[in-house]
Design a protein around this ligand. Sequence first.
Ligand code: GLC
Ligand code: CA
Length: 587
Amino acid sequence: MAAATAQPAAHPAVSLVNGYQPIWWKEAVVYQIYPRSFQDSNGDGIGDLNGITQHLDYLQKLGVNVIWLSPHYDSPNADNGYDIRDYRKVMREFGTMDDFDRMLAAIKARHMRLIVDLVVNHSSDEHHWFAESRSSKDNPYRDYYFWRDGRPNPDDPAHPLPPNNYPSYFSGSAWQYDAATQQFYLHLFAAKQPDLNWDNTKVREDVYSLMRFWLDKGVDGFRMDVIPLISKQPGLPDLTEEQMRDPSRLWANGPHRDEYLQQMNREVLSKYDVMTVGEAIGITLPEQTQITNSQRHELNMIFNFDAVRLNRGANYSARPWTLPELKAIYDNHARVLGKADWDTVFLSNHDNSRLVSNWGDDSTPEFRTRSAKLLETMLLTLRGTPFLYQGDELGMTNYPFTRFDQFDDIEVKNLYKATVLTGQMPEAQFVAETRRFGRDNARTPMQWSDAPNAGFAPASAKPWLAVNPNYTSINAAAELADPESVYHFTQRAIELHHAHLAFVYGDYQDLDPTHLQVFAYTRSLTEPGKPAQRFLVVLNYGQKPVAYTLPAGIKAGKLLLANIPSTTEVGATTLHLAAWEARVYSY
Ligand code: GLC
Ligand code: CA
């Protein structure tokens, strides 16, 4: 495909909106596709690129305008594509480069954009860089990864101990012994995901070059996988006991992180009109601005984990949380991030359980649809570019897992070995917690219809991961036919978001930070020479009906969006909210 879209990214002549530099990615609504689970077009039970192309009209009708595609590159799939073997090749199961080019052209033809996943903290151990690297100590690629001698093992001298005490995110040590050269290599994730050594200038140049390859094809930017981890601690000393409680904090704040991101921006990103969003594991809110402040020329925005992990303890354990805690997170973001920063808003993705099961209420069909709509309302009216995950627009739920062997995810399998097989956790508790928070919940196939395999794959195929049995009632075909469905509601909420810049650049004010059940906030925007835009969002976050008196003398104006169709209380100061009721008013 022809396509260099290289052009300067800055638009200095455009005037500010409420102090913000207006730009397309701030105004976008992003939709994440996990290609393995979206649509199988050729009957092998695995989603593919042609399957995505088939559904672009569905996405365009929904109203999203940027697609984030989880990794589509050649991979042995130890971690479903987050372990890349060849950055310039399409995963065989997903199709060919021609399929990719056709998909991209079809996205552009619909005035949508595509960002792709950039997974460069690590590669696959099957990448040719690693094959070279592991082959000998003096191979030119040796220094592309982190190789170290083990520590002497007094109990068993033939089996040295790992070079330091780093744990892997996927359980066990972050070091793998390699017999060929009798050294260990570092892998913060799975053993098949060796960490790249960004301190090596050749590694950085190779990464920039593969980025240019995709940008020159016309992709509109990157979601950058665990990007703050690229700068390792000099000398890789042991973690202290304190650091061991949350190693990400140290790992995300290495000495060269900003220098490398600035170099990447200077040499690559600044030459294209693109958006970037970093998955910012380990980054706290005050640190966020070091990466996103536009004067620093690093990334446009990051995913901060503070909200999405509020209800999680260690591994898949639950942490009790309250609505004021969640509200405080959004309030703090509005306070701490300035006009030169930009934020994201999301509560689900391929690494977390389903939006409605995790944050809403899937206990009855009525509460499921209502709370799913409430959550979409929230995501599309809070500050920041909203990121929606595939299937959440249908109110898809967690899968009713009952046994360990139903899970596919490497994170789950390794955690099982480390906890259940060592006797630290009973199997029943492990399955219950993984059922609640395991990543496979989000990865079950899209439910397109009530046909066999939910229309994800032909009836004769065996989907790579089981379809949720509730597909007979929860599916896109049924929802497209029902004007009151979660799909159509999400479409209206997206339309509202796109219709008013106040939802993008407007000020945010939490009206009632301590209320235990109601989340009420305003978004307002005053632009010179234009009528003020003022919106009021009121969410009853729970099953209990409530008579809620608006604070600060605010009166509800025109009702613009509601998840219970009959509701009207225009001009009211006390609102009678049913279970999980959500309303957006002007005021
Ligand atoms: C990110 C991805 C996750 C993956 C991990 C390692 O957290 O979102 O899916 O397992 O990085 O690449
Ligand atoms: Ca397929």
